[in-house]
Design a protein around this ligand. Structure first.
Ligand SMILES: NC(=O)c1ccc[n+]([C@@H]2O[C@H](COP(=O)([O-])OP(=O)(O)OC[C@H]3O[C@@H](n4cnc5c(N)ncnc54)[C@H](OP(=O)(O)O)[C@@H]3O)[C@@H](O)[C@H]2O)c1
Length: 264
């Protein structure tokens, strides 16, 4: 089995996609390191995982404090000896029009979603290179491939990740290190509740589109299949995924549609 005996580090493991991945990956013969800011929430996820797998560890981190990533990674690598898969999943969304969004919110989304992810990846990369093996999986968004209203700063942070990881993939072509970009559509998680509004506070409500989104366990299963198949980029969601192809093949239609579609 692809995941057997692998040390897998998941960020954003306290909730939503990361939590569902933890439960599914714990069923395999894996060692899991679960990370995010909230220790108590991580402990709850760990408790559930421990029912089927004893090798479950917690490492609290805040992606916004990206200068701390090297020290945390050094500690995790010293503890476990290796990392086979890094799943860069932790992140935060946005629900505000650009005209209503203070610049600090743009900066925070970039710090958390982009720089935090890049800093953690750079901190783990020397280990992957030494091993001459590994997989770096990064959860971006369909909005990492096209912009929508209410997501200007979020879409920018996710687009930036595609630029970074496409370049890194090309650099690692002879190092047996795979890069997998996972772009979710609407998945039923806490993402809209936690999303920043224009002044940097949380939206604190569940969007209709989120509520009717793909079940998170089904999503996790599809994401794991993409990882097993070493896909370079994958789009997972319901009918919203079609927008990827509309923008690619009929950009004129995308420009018309995207101004009208409901994204909340
Ligand atoms: N759900 C969707 O429809 C959807 C669509 C496209 C993309 N995504 C992406 O999927 C990823 C997971 O989101 P989700 O849907 O599972 O939402 P979620 O339920 O809100 O989970 C977000 C996770 O990220 C962690 N996180 C947030 N800020 C962090 C920080 N500063 N440092 C470390 N961890 C942080 C949270 O943990 P703590 O609060 O404990 O730190 C939580 O574990 C995100 O990158 C999101 O952008 C989701």
């Amino acid at each position: 089995m692809y995941f057997d005996n692998k040390v897998i580090w998941i960020t954003g493991a306290s909730s939503g996609i990361g939590e569902a991945l933890a439960y599914e990956l714990a069923k395999q013969k894996t060692t899991l390191i679960l990370s995010s800011r909230k220790k108590e929430a991580l402990e709850k996820v760990r408790e559930v995982c421990l029912r089927v797998n004893k090798e479950i560890y917690i490492e609290v981190l805040d992606l916004e404090k990206y200068d701390s990533m090297q020290g945390i990674a050094d500690k995790v690598i010293a503890q476990h000896g290796r990392i086979d898969i890094l799943i860069n999943n932790g992140g935060i969304s946005q629900r505000s029009l650009t005209k209503d969004t203070i610049l600090e919110v743009d900066k925070r989304l970039m710090d958390i979603n982009y720089l935090g992810t890049v800093a953690l990846t750079k901190a783990v990369l020397p280990t992957f290179l030494k091993q001459q093996s590994g997989q770096i999986v990064t959860v971006t968004s369909l909005t990492g491939r096209f912009g929508t209203p209410y997501r200007s700063a979020y879409a920018a942070s996710k687009h930036a990740l595609h630029g970074f990881f496409d370049s890194l993939r090309a650099e690692l072509v002879n190092d047996n290190i795979d890069i997998c970009m996972v772009c979710p559509g609407f998945i039923k998680t806490q993402v809209s509740i936690n999303a920043f509004v224009g002044d940097g506070s949380a939206l604190n409500s569940m969007d209709d589109r989120q509520d009717n989104g793909m079940d998170v366990t089904i999503f996790a299963g599809r994401m794991m299949r993409a990882m097993r198949k070493k896909k370079k980029e994958v789009y997972i969601g319901k009918k919203e995924v079609v927008m990827i192809y509309i923008k690619r093949w009929m950009p004129w239609l995308y420009y018309k549609m995207i101004a009208k579609v409901a994204v909340r």
